[in-house]
Design a protein around this ligand. Structure first.
Ligand code: PD2
Ligand code: ZN
Length: 290
């Protein structure tokens, strides 16, 4: 390997270090080897890791944009830097069960108590209607055969339980409450499913500019399981052959930094085989969702 430029206190990434990192990466040296060389050259580990990450991320973004993908946007992200077993979500400790880097998927345990799950279901049940999806042609809403559940939306902060859960989610994902859509509750009977789809709005669809006026793109999704179906009903990520089991109180989070399939965030609700399934979904926007 060529020799590493020495540490300076300057941020952002010094040009000589940037060139060195990109040259080493292009030569096939993996990130841990680069980090080791930087440490040996006197860089402090945290600083070196941050500079490496920034450099590689900016480079990958530039390549993606060159290839016609939309630019990357900031996304919600739990504080998992030193692999904690649990996160302080304000009024509750939330356990981390699984974290995947790309696509970014994190599974949490016991985000909601059984009582909170029951309260969301009880408040939703009398207000259920056949689920609609956003009609990307017009920006309105329509019934869709890919989604055979029924559902409803709570208003943001509609009641104390909803408000408490939204504040917990904001703290957990480091994303403002104001950028969240209202919680959507869905109910699936046996056989009902939600076929694989992306949650972001397709920039090529004519209705998308209208949808984006309210809060910009969706950049993250949190699906919370409000009960445990007896069989089936997991959340699937076909690009990475992952299925997250629906267990009451648990949740799966995923983020997408650009509205593009390269995020590998295709996901679906597998058919419920036995029992029923209730979920609450929180979609997170780039900006305030008014
Ligand atoms: O019910 C699910 O597991 C599921 C799957 C895919 C929910 C959503 N998408 C969603 O609410 O966007
Ligand atoms: Zn979805």
């Amino acid at each position: 390997m060529a020799s590493v430029p020495s540490p300076t206190t300057a941020q952002p990434v010094p040009a000589d270090l940037r060139s060195w990192i990109l040259a080493q990466a292009a030569a096939g040296h993996p990130a841990p080897a680069l980090l080791q060389s930087m440490r040996e050259a006197g860089w402090q580990e945290d600083q070196a890791a941050a500079l490496l990450e920034t450099t590689l991320r900016e480079h990958l973004n530039a390549l993606a944009v060159q290839q016609g993908e939309p630019p990357a946007q900031p996304v919600p992200e739990p504080s998992l830097g030193d692999s904690p077993a649990w996160l302080d979500a304000g009024d509750r400790r939330v356990e981390v069960l699984m974290a995947m880097g790309r696509p970014r998927i994190v599974v949490f345990s016991q985000l909601l108590s059984p009582e909170e799950c029951e309260a969301l279901i009880a408040g939703a049940a009398p207000r259920l209607a056949r689920s609609l999806t956003v009609a990307t042609q017009t920006g309105g809403e329509e019934v869709n055969d890919d989604r055979t559940s029924s559902g409803m939306f709570y208003q943001r902060g509609e009641n104390p339980v909803v408000q408490r859960i939204e504040e917990r989610i904001a703290r957990l994902l480091n994303w403002p409450v104001e950028n969240g859509e209202g919680l959507q509750v869905l109910h699936y009977h046996p056989g009902a499913e939600y076929k694989p789809h992306y949650d972001y709005f397709d920039p090529a669809e004519p209705g998308t500019p209208t949808i984006l006026r309210r809060g910009g793109q969706r950049v993250g999704t949190l699906v919370i399981y409000l009960n445990t179906p007896d069989k089936g009903g997991g959340t699937t990520f076909p690009d990475v052959h992952l299925e997250v089991a629906a267990q009451r109180g648990n949740a799966v989070f995923f983020s997408y930094e650009r509205p593009h399939p390269s995020t590998q965030t295709l996901h679906g609700g597998a058919p419920v085989v036995a029992g029923e399934k209730w979920i609450a979904t929180k979609w997170l926007r780039e900006r305030e969702f008014k």
